[in-house]
Design a binder for this molecule. Sequence first.
Ligand SMILES: Nc1ncnc2c1ncn2[C@@H]1O[C@H](COP(=O)(O)OP(=O)(O)O)[C@@H](O)[C@H]1O
Ligand SMILES: O=P(O)(O)OC[C@H](O)CO
Length: 504
Amino acid sequence: MEKKYILALDQGTTSSRAILFDKKGEIIELAQEEFTQYYPKPGWVEHDANEIWSSQVKMAEKIVSSTNINAADIAAMGITNQRETTIIWDRNTGEPIYNAIVWQDRRTAEICDFYKDSGYSPRVQNKTGLLIDAYFSATKIKWILDHVKGARERAQKGELCFGTVDSWLVWKFTEGKVHATDVTNASRTMLYNIHTLEWDSELLDLFDVPYHILPEVKSCSEHFGDTTTDEISTEIPITGIAGDQQAALFGQLCTKEGMAKNTYGTGCFLVMNTGETPKTSKNDLLTTIAWSCNGKINYALEGSIFVGGAAIQWLRDGLGILRSAAESEEVALTVSDNGGVYFVPALTGLGAPHWDQFARGTLIGITRGTNRGHIVRAALEGINYQVNDVLKAIEADTGLITRELRVDGGAVANNVLMQYQADISRCKVVRPKTLETTALGAAYFAGLAVGFWKSLNELHEQWQEDRVFQAKLFASKALKNVGEWKKAVDRSKSWVESKHVNVT
Ligand SMILES: Nc1ncnc2c1ncn2[C@@H]1O[C@H](COP(=O)(O)OP(=O)(O)O)[C@@H](O)[C@H]1O
Ligand SMILES: O=P(O)(O)OC[C@H](O)CO
């Protein structure tokens, strides 16, 4: 009998989600749970890997056991995940040897400076498409192996496994039978050669990472294993995996060269499909693997912004000036403009295209007339300006003018945020009907692998727009504001002093 559904798991930075899609790409069931964030020291961010697993499997089981569906109708499962986050566990017991070090964590910034100052940047960029930064997994692995007692010896003896969150989940779902990842997640470790499509021995030596802790690398759309864990009441084949931003690019059906999407979640991630050959950035963007599907590799240029919606979270939880993230729209509308206030949300340093690990959050332009509305507006605009900086860098790299930006992520519900993006970036900002594009992308990869969907054409028919935002602000005013933002960014840079370390 023909199966009716694909289950997608979206393991994000702040929550674990499970979503059931039908053949039309419509959401049938959704379950979501937040989990604990740990900030042990300034600039450090950790998750409990066991809590990642327990929250994710609980959400999956909630859907599988839902009385509204028959579990036997689930054709396959796709996994998408927060990328770069690093977990190392014991191959025999399956117990993590340290908390997951989250992508936002800056503890290895000084180690990265050492590699940069020693002249390794061009080699690393040529091989991985990445710029040396604490963001990626390589130095996080190194840190765990160097700081957890006995870890390096155990790694050398083959007793430990490294994985990004997808690998960890596959390991758990298959009860330790499968240690694998997909090319998109591998391409974010700073250890994977995106041209030869192999773990790179020179980089493994450079970052002191033993080969045998690494997972096998597969495409985004193939059989990884079957769920056999007791927590899930039925066996489901896992047939799709992709890092969340690449999954969102696919879920937004940006399958043609030049198409771009931006996700406004905890961070913001602008990704443009650049076709079948990698494009090296001259403007400090990342070259990354968009996906590998049906024997074809697609590359992308990406601008990763560390703090997006998290700035609004901070206004809510840190400053306490908002009751909810959604209230930011209403409060921003109490003022007609930012009143000259700029907020550079470099709370964990600045990502693309500035790449300053030592920048910190800066609120500037405050006068006696500044009120809550201006600060909230400045925080929303701070997200928009960062996205715009990335967009301009991508345009400079590709020579293409972006006419349309597809958007998704939790914060796109905010119309002020969307309108201002169109105002300063001077392009159409297009919000689709299905906002769960990350999970949808993972579902598409899983579904294509098992013939649930037959072709990309079938998927293209599913994409529908909800609302289009077009520029309304005068271009001259937009230009003036972008100029002032640039001044604010300069002031936020190099705030924390770097202590030089030698890692040889
Ligand atoms: N209406 C809103 N306006 C502005 N920001 C919002 C709004 N709703 C959610 N956010 C922000 O979006 C983020 C959540 O988006 P989501 O896509 O769920 O994040 P993630 O996948 O990174 O966990 C939070 O940082 C939150 O502050
Ligand atoms: O969990 P998100 O949606 O904030 O995405 C995190 C990114 O994958 C980090 O690179």
